[in-house]
Design a protein around this ligand. Structure first.
Ligand code: NCD
Length: 314
């Protein structure tokens, strides 16, 4: 089945069928990473540029590994090595990269809308690897893949997302993706970190519930996702101090015991151990945090394949 999109800019552009197609393909790619020789020739001769103008460990490494496992040539440009630090505009950087004929450009940028901007000006497929507070669609897709593996069909599944919703592109993309797939989302945040109008991202409307107490959400949910405080995007004063935040919105062993016995615990990383999640919970038996990272490679392989014009000869 042909994939009906040229770029992946946000979850808001995808249908449930598109999401299922990506997740099914990711499941088939998962196996390649378990082989002794982790490489197939699918994207041989294609070029993938990873342009990461904001810090990243997981996402950048994961895209690079995904491209290499499909035999694409990869070039990595990060904040300190890209000419944007010399004052070049993002658009000029993108046009110059385009002149070298890449097939896919993966962009992480601190400005919301950055991926949309370059997609309108270059021929390569653009994948949004996180744009400011807006969207992080590949994270949402790897979250959906992990949830589907553990819980099966997502219709009517209850998913809690707790933390700095206001500054989190992960929360926005997950909210769109989860509700598109039929799940019910329970957002928990201090009032200062719950953005007005967030419920309008829910598709269809009505599948999101807003809370200001984590304790009321814990017994309800099949999946509990904790978020990092996005201190790099926050103006001061959204919460008195970290200890207070952790006491009220952190997931420690006592709180985790209030979850349903079969609930899974997720986090997109990087973790702030002891702030939003206690080490005993992050490393505990119900945590699927490292499985999320493993799925990250498979999901990004699926997307590079679908958008990079892969051919099946493996
Ligand atoms: C997230 C991001 O960058 O938005 N991390 C990630 O991609 N794994 C979440 C975060 O930084 O807290």
């Amino acid at each position: 089945m042909a994939f009906p999109h040229r770029h992946l800019l946000g979850m808001a552009d995808l249908s449930p069928q598109d999401i299922t197609q990506i997740l099914d393909l990711a499941d088939t790619f998962l196996e390649i990473s378990t082989r002794p020789i982790k490489k197939v020739p699918t994207l041989r001769g294609r070029t993938v540029i990873n342009l990461f103008l904001e810090p990243s460990t997981r996402t950048r490494t994961s895209f690079e590994i995904a491209a290499k496992r499909l035999s694409a040539d990869t070039i990595n440009l990060s904040g300190s090595t890209a000419s944007t630090v010399k004052g070049e505009t993002l658009l000029d950087t993108a046009r110059n990269l385009q002149a070298m004929a890449p097939d896919v450009v993966v962009l992480r940028h601190s400005a919301s809308g950055a991926a949309h901007l370059i997609a309108a000006h270059i021929d390569a497929a653009v994948i949004n690897a996180g744009d400011g507070m807006h969207e992080h669609p590949t994270q949402a897709l790897l979250d959906l893949a992990t949830i589907r593996r553990h819980k099966g069909d997502m219709a009517r599944l209850r998913v809690g997302i707790c933390g700095d919703i206001a500054h989190s592109r992960v929360a926005r993309s997950d909210l769109i993706g989860l509700t598109l797939m039929g799940a019910e989302v329970h957002l928990v945040a201090p009032r200062t970190m719950m953005p007005p109008g967030i419920e309008t991202l829910c598709r269809p409307p009505g599948r999101v519930h807003l809370h200001d107490a984590l304790d009321e959400v814990l017994p309800l949910v099949d999946v509990m996702m904790m978020l990092r405080l996005q201190s790099e995007r926050q103006s001061a004063g959204l919460f008195p101090n970290l200890r207070e935040y952790s006491r009220t919105f952190g997931l420690g062993p006592a709180r985790a015991a209030r979850l349903r016995p079969d609930a899974i615990i997720m986090h997109p990383g990087p973790l702030h151990r002891g702030v939003e999640i206690d080490p005993a919970v992050a490393d505990g038996p119900r945590s699927v945090i490292l499985e999320q990272v493993t799925y990250g490679v498979a999901v990004r392989m699926a997307l590079l394949y679908l958008l990079g014009g892969g051919t099946v000869e493996a």
